[in-house]
Structure formats: C-alpha cells, structure tokens
Design a binder for this molecule. Structure first.
Ligand SMILES: NC(=O)c1ccc[n+]([C@@H]2O[C@H](COP(=O)([O-])OP(=O)(O)OC[C@H]3O[C@@H](n4cnc5c(N)ncnc54)[C@H](OP(=O)(O)O)[C@@H]3O)[C@@H](O)[C@H]2O)c1
Length: 423
C-alpha cells in the first residue's frame, strides 16, 4: 500500500464507534481521564487540572501495577517541582498502555473507567521524531482509536485532543503561505516524520468522531519550553535546549536565525484546560502559539550575561563548528556528540528557515485567553536566566567559569563523561 493510502486508511480506523448515546453530565467535580501524565506536557496539564479545577484526575500510566504507576507519577511531579502531598487524594493512577487493546485494561476495568470518567484529555503519545510511521502507529494511531472507543462507551465523554502545529510544517516549510487558520485541515504530511504522520492520522480520527457527534476540541500546540514560574524544563530532547547547549559548548551562536515562537509549559496547560472547559461541546480547533517570537539577541545576551563567552557566526560556520565538536566527543561522550548533531541537523537542512514556526492564526484561542485574563508570559532575560540556572543545576550545561574557551568546553565534557563512566 502506498504511504498516502496507508495514512488515509488509518484515518478511518475508529469510524465504527457510535456517538448517539447520552452525553455524560459534566458533574461537579469533573472526573477526568488524562493520558501522558508522566510526560513533559502531561505533568503540567495534570498540575493545571488540579489547580484550576476541582477535578479528580485518572491518569493512564505505563507501569506494571497501580503502585508503580503512582510512584512514576509522583517522581515526575517532584522532578518538575510541582508535587504537594495533599494532591494525592485527587489523583487516581491506572496502569495501562495506549498500544494495547482496551488500553491494556481488563474488560471490567475498561467498563469501570467508562462509568467513572466524564471527560478525556488525550495527550499521551510516542513523541520521538526519528522512528518511522509504523513504529509510532500503535501508541499514536491505535491508542487514539481506543480512546475514541472509550469516549463512546456507555456514555459519551468529550475528548480534548492535544495535537501539534508541526502538522503544518512538513519540510520544506511553506512559511510564505501563512496564516494557517484554526479551522484548516493540514495537508496529508507525506515525506514528514513518522511522528507528524501519526499525529495527523490521529487528528483526522478525532475530527471524524466530531462529525459523528462526539463533543470535544483539538488543541494544536506550538513549540513548548520550560515552566515560566518554576523555571524547570525537564525535556533534554528539546531542540531549543539542544541549540543552547551546542552554542555554549562551541562558544558561538548562529547569526540570522529566523523567528521562532515558544510557549512555556505551565501557560500551555492552563490554556488547554481553559479551552477544554469552554469548548467541551463545540468541536473547535484551537491554535496555541506565543504571539511574540523569541528575541534571539536577548537570548544570546542572557547567555553571555550568565558568564558564557559567545560570538556570532554564520549558520554554515556554526554547523561546521558544532559537527567538529561532535566528532571530537564521539568516542568519549557519544550522548553529547549525538545531541550536538541533533542541534545542528535543522540548520544543516535549511539554515534560513530551519527553526521557523510562525504564521499561525490563533484567533479563537486568543479571544478566550483575553476574556479569561490569561496573558502570555514574557520570554525575557529573566525567563532565560532562570532556565540557564536550572540547566546548570541539572548539570546539563557546564558552569560558565570552567569554560573560558571552546577547547576547554570539549575538555570539560570529556572529563564529565569519564566521571560518569567511573560512577
Ligand atoms: N513538547 C512539545 O513541544 C509539543 C508541541 C506540540 C504538541 N505536543 C503534544 O503534546 C503531547 C505530549 O507531548 P510531550 O512533549 O509531553 O511528550 P513526552 O514528554 O514524550 O510525553 C509523552 C507521554 O505519553 C506517554 N505515552 C507514550 N506512549 C504511551 C503508551 N504506549 N501508553 C501510555 N502512555 C504513553 C508517555 O509515557 P511514558 O512516560 O511511559 O513514556 C508520556 O507520559 C503529545 O501529544 C505531543 O504531540 C508536544
């Protein structure tokens, strides 16, 4: 079957689910099923649900049993500095798996869950960008089919589906063709990553369920970074973090980067909860993206103000330098070498547009945010300082005073890799 035929056929997967039954009451307090609560977005979404609503939140977590599921969740909340002991009474961990039929639950557990919850936040997904479509299909496509089945089982439960604005950005990025409207269906992303393709198929499945009467919303989110309140950013796969790290390591930053928008995880989650609350029956699509692109100069001067010495060079020279550092570290610290290569990869493909994520119309979202008095947090020097401090605490960046020159940075990372091996 061709790639196109596979994606289109998979988009029909949940078409047999019927949404003619009674819609579950949005009784108080709401009882929510949240998927992906142990992930970067999910942990903030859980936090927002616990703080901005009275909800009891069932969390579907990959684990051998309930106790292990709870332990994973608490550890994740603690790592993100969001945990408080009193929250435990409003969290119900469930050991399950999106890849399995009935979410890995027994028929009795599946039925009990369908009876207990009255809204679903489907945020969980396999998010690696490298594997092909068929690797991610079980979690992202078949998992969404199971969620849509649960949504129509016994009572109808609105589904708030967390999607991504990357659906609009298969490479090469057509950034002249902006704005991408909230009601627009992104074109079938042939030649995109397996991740984007599975998210596109899952979104089409949710959209088709909406056409058959399922309430809910689709929230397409742009690039997410750390928490604007705690300054915690527990995602060391993030492209912007990798870029920062590479710049610190080589003592250079690429000049003339295109604008990039980024939104803090805490604000993202509060906005999602707001949209879901307002739009539970509206079958709306929202775009959530910071209206202000990152001011690159402010970022570089914050990094310099933190004590790192950086000079601006052309994107091509920067890529070259990063790749040389990666090659030098390949034997002693393959993880850092791979991170450097990942940081360089987007600029290698297309230096002028590689990090671009602009041109999205977010009118519905912004109207609701304004009406609720929820303002986008500024991404300013204070934001960057807090995050640089956090990266240092995590040992994700070397201390500034230990690396006065790029060659010393390499020496530092070699030394650090050796220390790790000894432990
Ligand atoms: N981060 C961003 O910048 C961004 C931007 C736009 C949209 N999004 C969307 O936001 C959502 C969350 O992304 P994220 O960045 O938070 O990703 P993440 O940190 O990788 O978290 C993914 C979550 O999904 C869970 N999951 C994966 N496979 C599962 C399975 N088979 N069964 C049960 N749970 C499974 C993971 O559980 P484990 O802990 O067990 O792995 C984890 O809790 C995704 O839908 C993504 O498309 C993210």
């Amino acid at each position: 079957m061709s790639e196109l035929a596979t994606l289109l056929a998979d988009a029909n997967l949940a078409d047999q689910v019927n949404y003619d039954g009674c819609v579950s009451q949005s009784h108080q307090p709401p009882v929510v099923l949240l998927t992906g609560a142990t992930g970067f977005v999910g942990v903030h979404l859980l936090n927002a649900l616990l703080h901005d609503t009275d909800a009891v939140v069932y969390c579907l977590i990959r684990a051998p049993d309930t106790a292990a599921a709870q332990a994973r969740l608490i550890a994740q909340m603690q790592a993100n500095r969001l945990w408080r002991d009193d929250l435990i009474t409003r969290i119900v961990p469930i050991a399950g798996d999106l890849e399995q039929p009935q979410l890995g639950l027994t028929p009795a557990q599946f039925t009990a869950l369908a009876e207990q919850i009255n809204v679903i936040y489907h945020n969980g997904a396999a998010t690696h960008i490298l594997p092909p479509y068929h690797h991610l299909r079980p979690a992202n496509v078949l998992g969404t089919a199971e969620i849509l089945r649960l949504a129509g089982y016994l009572t109808i439960k609105p589904v708030q589906f967390i999607s991504t604005l990357s659906l609009f950005t298969p490479k090469p990025l057509p950034y002249q063709r902006a704005p991408f409207n909230e009601h627009e269906t992104p074109p079938c992303p042939l030649n995109a990553s397996g991740y984007v393709q599975t998210k596109w198929v899952a979104e089409r499945m949710v959209e088709r369920a909406f056409q058959r009467g399922l309430p809910g919303s689709i929230i397409r989110i742009g690039r997410i970074f750390g928490n604007s309140q705690t300054q915690v950013m527990m995602n060391d796969n993030d492209q912007l973090y990798l870029l920062l790290k590479a710049c610190v390591m080589v003592g250079q930053f690429p000049l003339s980067l295109q604008p990039m928008q980024m939104i803090p995880a805490d604000f993202t989650s509060r906005a999602v909860v707001l949209f879901a609350h307002q739009a539970s029956a509206a079958q709306r699509i929202f775009h959530l993206i910071h209206p202000q692109p990152i001011a690159w100069e402010e970022l570089w001067s914050s990094v310099q103000g933190f004590g790192y010495s950086l000079t601006g060079v052309s994107a091509a020279a920067w890529v070259n330098q990063v790749q040389r550092h990666a090659a030098a570290l390949y034997q002693s610290d393959p993880t850092t070498a791979m991170q450097l290569n990942l940081a360089a990869a987007p600029l290698l493909e297309s230096p002028s547009s590689a990090l671009q994520r602009t041109g999205f119309d977010a009118r519905y979202a912004n109207e609701l945010l304004t009406a609720a008095g929820l303002n986008y947090p500024p991404i300013d020097a204070q934001f960057w300082r807090g995050h640089l401090q956090f990266f240092q605490e995590m040992n994700w960046l070397p201390p500034p005073n230990c690396c006065p020159s790029p060659s010393n940075v390499v020496a530092y990372w070699r030394w650090r890799a050796m220390q790790k091996q000894r432990r």
